[in-house]
Design a binder for this molecule. Structure first.
Ligand SMILES: *C/C=C(C)/C=C/C=C(C)/C=C/C1=C(C)CCCC1(C)C
Length: 242
């Protein structure tokens, strides 16, 4: 009898120049390691910061599970796992919005700020999914609506109510808020750029045909792990100040 492994390739091969496959693999590992780090360090902080670190860990953990699937999906089908990608984002990006609320709670942030950011992020991602996965013929229109929601988030945290709260909190909360703002302005901008580069007839091919998955994978690692580390650092500072 032939061995099962000879009938089905249990571990699909990855070509050495398969950058998408490689970044899926490394991304998956990085997200798992980050989750272990956040979860295990959680208990060294007091209650107020525990929740923030827990959410950081949940963000990277949810991403790790999706990367596990996306890595295999890519390796077996050689196709963008758009569906899993957006399920991941629709769970993790609202949680990143929750982080803004959690760190600004010390300055009196209200739940309405949290819901506003969550709503905007859901609009941004659902319309993005329509443009990329459901109705690519109108990718520009969906991308535009998504982009408006994105700018509304940027506005809220940089200049709107969230910015005012950060200012009144001052100190390490204000500086952490500022860094998170930069993540959203610069780190998150990678996604619409990748979207445009992947939309036929738009800016397709400006990156020499490098798949948008490579951009998304690198951006995810920077944004999810980096974002979590900023919050971790804030918790460390606040704990030693107290
Ligand atoms: C961890 C995952 C993150 C932080 C994902 C963020 C995704 C975006 C900011 C996506 C934005 C998009 C636009 C602004 C327009 C085009 C469509 C999207 C969904 C790629």
């Amino acid at each position: 009898m032939e061995k099962l492994a000879n009938i089905i390739a249990l571990v699909p091969k990855l070509a050495p120049d398969d950058y998408v496959g490689f970044t899926f693999f490394v991304g998956c590992m990085a997200m798992m390691a980050a989750s272990a780090f956040f979860f295990l360090s959680m208990n060294s902080f007091d209650r107020k910061w525990k929740t923030s670190i827990l959410v950081s860990g949940l963000i990277t953990f949810i991403a790790a599970v999706h990367y596990w699937y996306m890595r295999d999906y890519w390796a077996t089908n050689m196709e963008s796992p758009t569906f899993f990608r957006y399920v991941d984002w629709i769970l993790t990006v609202p949680l990143m919005c929750v982080e803004f609320y959690l760190i600004l709670k010390v300055a009196g942030a209200k739940k309405s700020l949290m819901w506003k950011l969550i709503l905007l992020s859901v609009v941004m991602l659902v319309t993005g999914y329509f443009g990329e996965g459901v109705d690519p013929a109108n990718a520009q229109i969906w991308g535009l609506i998504s982009g408006i929601a994105y700018f509304a988030i940027v506005y809220e945290i940089w200049l709107g109510g969230a910015a005012k709260l950060a200012k009144s909190a001052g100190g390490s909360v204000q500086s952490a808020h500022k860094i998170l703002c930069w993540f959203v302005l610069v780190g998150w901008a990678i996604y619409p750029i990748g979207y445009m580069a992947g939309t036929p007839g738009w800016y397709e091919g400006i990156f020499g045909g490098l798949s948008m998955d490579v951009f998304y994978n690198i951006a995810d690692a920077i944004n999810k792990i980096g974002f979590g580390l900023v919050i971790y650092n804030l918790a460390v500072q606040q704990t030693s100040e107290a």
